[in-house]
Write a new protein. Sequence first.
Length: 291
Amino acid sequence: MQMINKETKKFLNKLLLYILVIFIAFYMLFPFWWAVVSSFKNEAQLQMVPATFLPRDPVTNKIFFDLKNYRSIFNDGTFLRGLLNSTIVATSVTLLALAVGSFSAFALGKLRFKGKNASLYIILAMTMFPQVTVLTGLYAVINALRLPAMASMILSYMLFTLPFTTWVLTSFFKELPVELMQSAQVDGATPFQSFKYILLPLTAPALVTTGLLAFIAAWNEYLFALTFTSIEPSARTIPVAIALFTGAVSRQEPFGEIMAAAVIVTIPIIILVLYFQKRIVAGLTAGAVKG
């Protein structure tokens, strides 16, 4: 009887775990599923009551996928220009954050100098400021320097991605055995050569993980992009371009086109995550086990 109770308890625990996992998966995936379904609906399908979980013809109630929204956004020069601008800005921010952050992390993780701990805490403190608190002052500085909108966004995004990148990479450099650097120095390598040829390749998983997070942050950023491109519409990134979509009819909310654009914008992130999946997992678990 006790054995049955234990087996029943074990079964119920597994059942509850599966129910919880299914609920979390549904909670996380349903918004994206709804966006995909809505992107294939025309105006009449979007106004159907009750709403349908698949695109259906309002008359015959048969499943019908309409590609009108996708044709509309790809024929929109503003959307395509925003896609290109976002790619340039996000890629530039990621490369700069990794380049500068890896040098800083190497110095903070492996070199000895006065004020190292204070520098780490200052870097950590910089990540605590919300964007809106520095927006006004930053906009005044950039306006006084007369920087173009694209450069302004790249520099402003670096204020938030660089401290995060440096802090995360520092922990990875600290985990690397100091004997690697010492043996390289015995062979005549300079600190820069030790960093470039020995330590940096070993931190590839960390670089991929932090780089992807920096790319996503720059790709999705809206507040700074809206502010800095207000007087230069040609430099608008994709979040701003989507937010400023206008319908073909006066006072129309182009919900279907917005959903189609959201799906297209999400696809590059999904591709990057799937392509670098193994390195991301290695980067997240590195240093978790010692020995």
